[in-house]
Design a protein around this ligand. Structure first.
Ligand code: DGY
Length: 318
């Protein structure tokens, strides 16, 4: 019987079903699976169901001679060396589609929170600063209007399009850049420079790959309109984080809403922690019970297909 390793316990019936078709072992903590334990586990595994926190690089694959498939409970696959896996003939599964709405909701929640200074306002009230002399005034906690503002999407995949639908309902104009040509009703597709220059809000929705690492560097951030707000629910490595912190601290940018970072968890010394009007979330884009169950179901379906020697329903190899 095939030996399958799960790097974390997962919800849902399909994972239980997977357990009936193989000999399944699962990391039970404490905490996330450490890299040395992953290496040990993969040395003896025929397949692995992993998370985005499990780095599976070429060296690890070389130490996993039996491995026949990787099924990641994520849409992003920057933690897996896809080229090395493909070279070994190892199919790599992922979970697109099922997390589109949850992630778009998170992007929009961050956008609204940054536009209307919600985190700052919350800290103001809890900090005991809301006193009779500051009760209300015409210029008290002024934020930004969404209606009539322009939202620029960097990438025009399924999550970006779901954000565009939300933005349209809020009366925003939507412009977008995509690496390959794409037409979406209600969205004006422009070159990246034009998207950055035209937008009051910019939301990042490309996958992290060698071509997109550092895409929004200091030069591109400088192209953003004064006071613009940057939202990132994709991957931290797409934005130069030090340059972003500088742009926020200098006042060039009016705010940011971030769910993802170059290093996760965000290091305690990160300048983003004290940057003005910056709303920070701990990579919770897809964190709803239903979405996580659907992601687990899809990861199990990918693993079951690989066990049967069939093509995975969502296989990322070319
Ligand atoms: C993914 O699946 O890649 C997301 O980042 C999880 O929220």
């Amino acid at each position: 019987m095939s030996h399958i390793y799960l790097t974390h316990a997962l919800p849902g019936k399909r994972i239980a079903e997977l357990g009936q078709h193989c000999d399944m072992d699962c990391w039970s903590g404490p905490g996330l699976l450490p890299a040395d334990r992953l290496r040990l586990a993969l040395a003896a595994a025929d397949g692995v169901v992993c998370l985005l926190t499990d780095r599976i690089d070429a060296a690890l694959l070389a130490a996993a001679p039996r491995l026949r498939f990787i099924s990641s409970v994520s849409v992003g696959l920057d933690h897996v060396d896809l080229e090395a896996a493909t070279g070994r003939g190892i199919p790599v599964g992922h979970t697109p589609g099922v997390l589109v709405d949850a992630t778009a909701d998170t992007a929009f929640a961050l956008l609204l929170a940054a536009a209307r200074r919600i985190a700052e306002a919350d800290a103001f009230v809890r900090g005991g600063h809301w006193r009779p002399e500051t009760a209300w005034s015409p210029d008290f906690f002024l934020g930004r209007d969404l209606a009539g503002a322009t939202l620029g999407l960097v990438g025009l995949g399924a999550i970006a399009r779901a954000v565009a639908r939300r933005a349209a309902a809020f009366g925003m104009r939507v412009v977008a850049w995509n690496r390959s040509p794409r037409t979406v009703p209600g969205v004006e597709v422009l070159p990246l420079d034009d998207v950055l220059a035209a937008s009051d809000f910019v939301s990042v929705h490309v996958a992290l790959a060698p071509q997109t690492r550092g895409l929004l560097d200091a030069q591109r951030l400088a192209q953003l309109r004064p006071g613009a707000v940057l939202i990132n629910t994709a991957r931290g490595g797409i934005v130069d984080e030090a340059a972003l912190a500088d742009a926020l601290i200098s006042g060039h940018l009016g705010g940011a809403g971030l769910d993802v970072y170059e290093r996760e968890p965000l290091p305690a010394e990160s300048p983003l922690l004290t940057a003005p009007n910056t709303v920070l979330a701990p990579h919770i884009g897809s964190a709803t019970a239903l979405t996580r169950r659907r992601m687990a179901d899809l990861a199990a379906a990918n693993a079951l297909a690989a066990l049967r020697g069939e093509r995975m329903p969502h296989c990322a190899n070319p």
